[in-house]
Design a protein around this ligand. Structure first.
Ligand SMILES: [Fe+2]
Ligand SMILES: [Fe+2]
Length: 185
């Protein structure tokens, strides 16, 4: 097994029970729900894995509590994308890198989306630069994986459901391991 696969599994095994700040799910539940939503939507292995691991940066930097409440942006999307790119390639890393930008894009282009954002996502939006300008939206649309990032973002927002976690932790981690193998071959 690749060293990064092992590290990722250990992070979710050891720290996956941490609550996702401001939401009624743990980090592992949120990751699992996003992976399941991607799978149910027919996403390929790379995008399923990106959905699973989009918030890996929160576990990696391990900042306690709720960073956005302290007025900090942990840049978790950049941290995770830089970790994932050398092993899994752009199709996994780039949707992860863009998932915060995707929120800024959707808020600017879709008022109904902005109204439905969770409290923590709204709070962090301002730290992350607020809604995109028209010029920023055009720049975002020119990025190769922006459509995958928009799909991931929708699953990200939906994957915060209380009591929707159907696997045991070990089953969930086994599924993640299988996806990592599929996405790196
Ligand atoms: Fe995130
Ligand atoms: Fe997330």
């Amino acid at each position: 097994m690749h060293a990064l696969h092992k590290t990722i599994l250990e992070l979710y095994r050891d720290n996956g029970d941490r609550m996702y700040a401001g939401e009624p799910v743990t980090q592992l539940e949120h990751a699992w729900q996003c992976g399941r939503l991607a799978e149910k939507s027919g996403a390929n292995a790379a995008l399923q894995l990106a959905s699973w691991l989009h918030d890996l940066g929160h576990l990696w930097v391990n900042s306690p509590g709720t960073p956005t409440l302290r007025g900090e942006d942990d840049l978790h999307e950049v941290v995770a994308a830089d970790l994932l790119a050398p092993v899994f390639g752009q199709a996994v890393a780039e949707p992860v890198r863009l998932h915060v930008q995707a929120k800024r894009y959707l808020v600017a282009s879709n008022p109904a989306y902005a109204a439905k954002l969770s409290q923590d996502s709204s709070r962090s939006l301002n730290l992350q630069g607020g809604p995109m300008s028209a010029q920023e939206c055009a720049g975002f649309e020119s990025k190769p994986y922006f459509k995958d990032a928009l799909k991931l973002r929708v699953w990200d927002d939906l994957g915060k459901k209380k009591a929707w976690f159907e696997d045991s932790r070990e089953d969930a981690l086994q599924y993640l391991e299988k996806l990592m193998r599929a996405a790196s071959s």
